[in-house]
Design a binder for this molecule. Structure first.
Ligand code: F0G
Length: 359
């Protein structure tokens, strides 16, 4: 078997690294591209999901963080800082501690999922809950990094986008070609920008046939790019993308224009519906924000915008175990209560609706 060595070693020729770069890796990248027959049947397209929850800290952020922390250490940084809705902080904390440097993370008070909070604390980051939203946290992190000896590892750091573009490289290699459409969640629009860059690079190098149309989705209550102006008090149950003023806004608009792409907004109800389809029909467990690309595909397909037979890939960005409470919520809004049974085979069989017979 060809064992995966982490994305910096696998893609060294396409990243800004040299022999002088210490490779800080937890084995990120190399995630599965999973066929999704349930989504293909609903849309008439040939649909695949790129399961980024399989990264070491459970989200796509690890692709950017292996680069950002390696480059920070190369430049002598002893401390990094980030603002986060949770996943970036989990990833920064893990990679920094692995590198033997410190991480400080700023998160919006009470607005990040428990799994992510636990990760940052477990990995020894200094975690501060800011009495504001993500955009306020990013403003503070930027100002601190400009005036204090601390290195910023948000996606405004160009090393992050560079690492994240490898998701597109892998898809081209897994499919043997570029897809026709790529669907992806949008918060700061860093990952949208990164996938476009990866696809563009492979097309220009003649490794792939085309740049897919890049379709990005924001939650309806947090949709600045769709609205065309910042949103002061962004709201959505998809806490990972509760962002009102995306850092990579301009880059993302260029990527949209280059790819004949699209930005759309999706309601929280449709996000949860897509979350359920992914869990219950595809077998892929994600956090709510990660389901928005699937919701976007279903919406665009219903609008007649996805020709039958198109090859469609969707990045599902973070693992379901990060924020598992949503799985327990029934379609009626009431939490599911698993049935309790006694220690009795006959009773259990009867509750399961099993009749005695051949095994
Ligand atoms: N999906 C998940 C699970 C995320 O955590 C994020 C961003 C996105 C999608 C959007 O990616 O910002 O590049 O457009 N999370 C950041 C964080 C903001 O702090 O973890 P983007």
């Amino acid at each position: 078997a060809n064992l995966w060595r982490g994305l910096i070693r696998e893609y060294a020729d396409r990243l800004d690294v040299s022999d002088a770069t210490p490779v800080i890796t937890l084995g990120e990248g190399g995630t599965p591209l999973i066929p999704a027959p349930a989504l293909s049947a609903r849309t008439g397209a040939n649909v695949f999901v790129k399961y980024e929850g399989m990264n070491p800290t459970g989200s796509f952020k690890d692709r950017g963080m292996t680069m950002a922390i390696s480059k920070a250490v190369e430049h002598g940084a002893k401390a990094v800082i980030c603002a986060s809705t949770g996943n970036t902080s989990a990833s920064a904390a893990a990679y920094a501690t692995h590198a033997g440097i410190t991480a400080a993370v700023l998160v919006p008070e009470g607005k990040i999922a428990m799994g992510k909070l636990s990760q940052a604390i477990a990995h020894n980051a200094t975690l501060l809950q800011v009495q504001g939203n993500f955009d306020d946290c990013l403003d503070i992190a930027r100002e601190l990094s400009a005036n204090y000896p601390v290195h910023l590892v948000n996606s405004v750091n160009p090393d992050r986008i560079e690492g994240q573009k490898t998701g597109a490289f892998e898809i081209v290699e897994q499919l043997g070609k570029a897809p026709d459409f790529h669907f992806i969640p949008v918060g700061n629009a860093g990952n949208y920008t990164a996938y476009h860059r990866g696809y563009r690079e492979y097309a220009d190098a003649g490794i792939s046939n085309q740049v897919p149309r890049m379709f990005g989705f924001q939650a309806e209550g947090s949709a600045p790019i769709v609205l065309g102006h910042p949103v002061k008090n962004p709201e959505t149950i998809a806490s990972a993308i509760r962002i009102g003023n995306p850092a990579s806004w301009e880059l993302a608009l260029s990527a949209r224009d280059d790819s004949n792409g699209y930005f759309g907004a999706i309601s929280d109800a449709k996000i949860l519906e897509a979350h359920r389809i992914l869990s219950a029909e595809v077998g892929v467990f994600v956090e709510p924000a990660s389901a928005i690309g699937v919701a976007g595909l279903l919406e665009r397909s219903a609008a007649g915008e996805i020709p039958a037979g198109s090859t469609v890939t969707i990045t599902v960005t973070g693992h379901g175990l990060k924020d598992p409470q949503w799985a327990l919520r029934g379609t009626d809004g009431v939490d599911v209560q698993p049935t309790v049974v006694p220690v009795d085979v006959t009773e259990v069989a009867s509750v399961l609706g099993l009749a005695k017979g051949d095994a």
